[in-house]
Write a protein that binds this ligand. Structure first.
Ligand SMILES: Nc1ncnc2c1ncn2[C@@H]1O[C@H](COP(=O)(O)OP(=O)(O)OP(=O)(O)O)[C@@H](O)[C@H]1O
Ligand SMILES: [Mg+2]
Length: 221
């Protein structure tokens, strides 16, 4: 598989309720991928995928990795939407499930992968090997990654450093602001000054930093 100039790694960051989900769901709907996998920790992407599929009904969730594997085998290189809602109780069980899903996504390739709340499934010093491979050489598997977190100081250290775009909403804790400001190479006061639903974005391919507000749900971005 050749590298895709369009493959991207996007970090979607911000405290709870700051508009990360609203922004990301709008982006996914605009991009309209035909192959998409969501680690849907909060069971909230049914309507988004239903919109992509043009169906009225929310896309049913899967909670078995074997079901995901079989669906991927059946789809081959064709279209498929997977919405995986983890069942695991406790961090270790969740991490194992995430690891399993990452391995399937890496093997399947050529898709959009949305991972909600990375702080539950990675730590500053640990991430599943398949996640690390995708965030360091995901371009070679054509995987477009959206990694979401409220707690950037607590996620896999190499993730932020490998993002091609960082989208950062307001963060309350200093440690989190500093982690993102460092990755974006901007003063942390820029992040401290964000108000609700406002964000700063850095595109590492152009070096451009922009500041804007997320539109209320249902409005065009
Ligand atoms: N621009 C906006 N104006 C008004 N309400 C908004 C706007 N953007 C988002 N909201 C509302 O704010 C709430 C939180 O937004 P959202 O779900 O995107 O937060 P989040 O950052 O994903 O939070 P969490 O980390 O808890 O998942 C939602 O009810 C959403 O409808
Ligand atoms: Mg959210």
């Amino acid at each position: 598989m050749a590298a895709d100039a369009d493959a991207r790694i996007v970090g979607v960051i911000g405290a709870s309720g700051q508009g990360k989900g609203v922004w990301l769901k709008g982006v996914v709907i605009d991009e309209a991928p035909t192959r998409v996998v969501v680690w849907d920790f909060m069971d909230e992407y049914g309507d988004t995928l239903a919109k992509l599929g043009g169906k009225r009904r929310a896309v049913a969730s899967m909670s078995s990795l074997e079901a995901v594997r079989q669906a991927m085998v059946k789809a081959g290189e064709g279209p498929l939407m997977v919405r995986y809602v983890p069942r695991g109780a406790g961090n270790k069980a969740l991490q194992r499930e995430f690891e399993g899903l990452c391995e399937l996504v890496y093997a399947w390739g050529a898709c959009t992968f949305v991972a909600e709340e990375l702080a539950n499934v990675t730590t500053p010093s640990w991430a599943p090997a398949a996640w690390r491979k995708m965030t360091t050489s995901g371009r070679h598997r054509l995987v477009r990654i959206y990694g979401v977190t409220q707690s950037p100081a607590l996620v896999d250290k190499s993730f932020l450093g490998n993002c091609t775009l960082v989208h950062c909403c307001a963060l309350r804790e200093h440690a989190h602001r500093v982690a993102v400001a460092r990755a974006m190479d901007i003063p942390d006061s820029e992040i401290a000054s964000l108000v609700k639903f406002e964000f700063i974005e850095k595109d590492f391919e152009t070096g451009q930093v922009t500041r804007a507000s997320v539109k209320p749900p249902g409005k065009k971005r």
